[in-house]
Design a protein around this ligand. Structure first.
Ligand code: DC
Length: 213
């Protein structure tokens, strides 16, 4: 089923690692009944496949071919590659690094953005989170949220990586030439540093009620 209005009934949530995106997006999906997609998990799945097949960024065509031949599924907050749940494995530091590197390659982004839009178009509205959701994946989203948090707060939340590594990956997300993390003009900007998750989700849910329901 393709729903042509899926995008205008959807919420885009962008922000750097450790801003609370996943926790907030999942909760908003529960509160609104909209579907949910963590696009970072799709970049991590691509990174995992690249590592398994020992592919470097110079072999992006082989990686895209491997992705085409695999089945990638996202369901209820979990990601599956060829029917195997890889949700835990993709959190490993070497996968995060591979995902961040491959996320700089235009052809891979084009493939994954296509996958993400296809996933969204099969829903009646979705909460999608990532770095380029409002700017590239769902430019017509009914509500666009951009989350911030201070660097110290973010690195505490992401305690699996060192503060240096987190900032290095942030730099890559911000400065890459294709689809960098962008704050679109119509995004609502929320600083999550000193607020509780329920304060933030109540604010976003309020905006959803005004704009989308
Ligand atoms: O959000 P995350 O840490 O799971 O994302 C993993 C990597 O993928 C990270 O380096 C940023 C990148 N990414 C991206 O470039 N675009 C997105 N929409 C989501 C994630």
């Amino acid at each position: 089923m393709q729903n042509e209005n899926w995008e205008t009934h959807s919420i885009a949530i962008d922000g750097l690692a450790g801003t609370g995106k996943s926790t907030i997006a999942k909760k908003i999906s529960e509160m609104t009944g909209l579907s949910y997609l963590d696009t970072g998990a799709t970049y991590r799945a691509a990174g995992l496949l690249a590592l398994r097949q020992a592919l470097t960024t110079t072999h992006v065509d082989k990686l895209i071919d491997a992705l085409r031949k695999s089945t990638l599924e996202f369901n209820d907050g979990r990601i599956f590659l060829d029917q195997i749940d890889i949700s835990v494995e993709i959190r490993e530091p070497e996968i995060a690094e591979a995902a961040s590197l491959f996320a700089t390659i235009p052809e891979l982004r084009e493939y994954l953005v296509g996958w993400q839009r296809d996933f969204g178009s099969k829903t009646n509205g979705i909460v999608m989170e990532g770095r380029d959701i409002a700017s590239v994946v769902m430019p017509n989203a009914g509500l666009k949220i951009h989350l911030f948090a201070h660097d110290e707060v973010r690195s505490q939340r992401r305690n699996e990586v060192s503060a240096d590594e987190l900032l290095r990956r942030d730099q890559r997300d911000i400065t890459r030439s294709v689809n960098p993390l962008t704050i679109v003009d119509d995004a609502v900007q929320i600083d999550t540093s000193d607020r509780t998750i329920s304060e933030i989700t109540d604010e976003i849910y309020g905006l959803y009620l005004i704009r989308l329901s």
